[in-house]
Design a binder for this molecule. Structure first.
Ligand code: ADP
Ligand code: MG
Length: 254
């Protein structure tokens, strides 16, 4: 489903991704671990084309995302996709961030209905029915009329997940979805993500929740300094890491 080959990303002089290779098969969960600043968020943003990559290729479901290519005279040429194409590809990818980013002046229901109506042109009635189903799925059927300020952080994050699901994505990207939550609220959000995984959603999850990585991940990827240092099955990477950098990181978070 996601194929990342030799991806590089620079911010000016700062070489943030230094040749990342990674494959996430359809219906599987890839958990990305790594210290702060190692390029995890940048990698997710590249998959969602919020950043343009400077070398390499990213394919989602076989479809090539925009890329840059060296020309013969040593200059580089950007193969940008048509904005309409990018919008189409992005619509297939749901993204959930550390901060919930709900619209504060809209109820939970309105937040979930917004994109299907505005972006997909669904009727309000159809969007409402679907939004209520999704709120029920994340355990918030009784909070549909609440505004974000009236919800806990965990509830807000579950609304954010429902909102992403409302676009019927083929793929969900999570960037530290529980890092901003009080510890007692982490479990309810991870539970929703676990259900989603059990339903067969393809997911890429950046998190420091090792328990989630172990139980829900099909593969665990450890990134450091812009490269994939180690990847494999959770039990292998977490219990028997072969790389010193992975061992050091795990000894700090476990
Ligand atoms: P992580 O998510 O693993 O903590 P990030 O992908 O956020 O790492 O960041 C990797 C590096 O790229 C950091 O040094 C960060 O400061 C830098 N960086 C991220 N986004 C930008 C940007 N838009 N402009 C400049 N530097 C950035
Ligand atoms: Mg990050």
């Amino acid at each position: 489903m996601i194929q990342i080959d030799g991806v590089h990303k620079l911010f000016g002089e700062l070489h943030v991704l230094r040749g990342v290779d990674l494959t996430v098969p359809a219906g599987s969960v890839c958990v990305v671990l790594g210290p702060s600043g190692s390029g995890k968020s940048t990698l997710l943003r590249c998959v969602n084309q919020l950043e343009e990559i400077d070398a390499g290729r990213i394919r989602v479901d076989g479809e090539l995302m925009g890329y840059r290519e060296e020309t013969r005279d040593g200059a580089s040429e950007l193969h940008r996709l048509h904005p309409r194409k990018i919008a189409q590809q992005r619509a297939r990818i749901g993204m959930v961030f550390q901060r919930f980013n709900l619209f504060p002046h809209m109820t939970a229901l309105e937040n979930v209905m917004e994109a299907p109506v505005q972006v997909k042109g669904r009727s309000k009635a159809a969007a409402r029915t679907r939004a209520l189903e999704l709120l029920d799925r994340v355990g918030l059927a009784d909070r549909a009329g609440h505004y974000p300020a009236q919800l806990s952080g965990g509830q807000q994050q579950r609304v954010a997940i429902a909102r992403a699901l409302a676009m019927d994505p083929d793929l969900m990207l999570f960037d530290e979805p529980t890092s901003a939550l009080d510890p007692e609220l982490v479990g309810e959000v991870l539970g929703v993500m676990q259900d989603l995984a059990a339903d067969g959603m393809t997911m890429m999850v950046v998190t420091h929740e090792i328990g989630f990585a172990r139980e829900v991940g099909d593969q665990v990827v450890f990134m450091d300094d812009g490269v994939v240092v180690e990847q494999g099955r959770p039990a292998d990477v977490l219990d028997a890491p072969t790389q010193q950098r992975t061992r050091e990181f795990l000894s700090k978070v476990l």
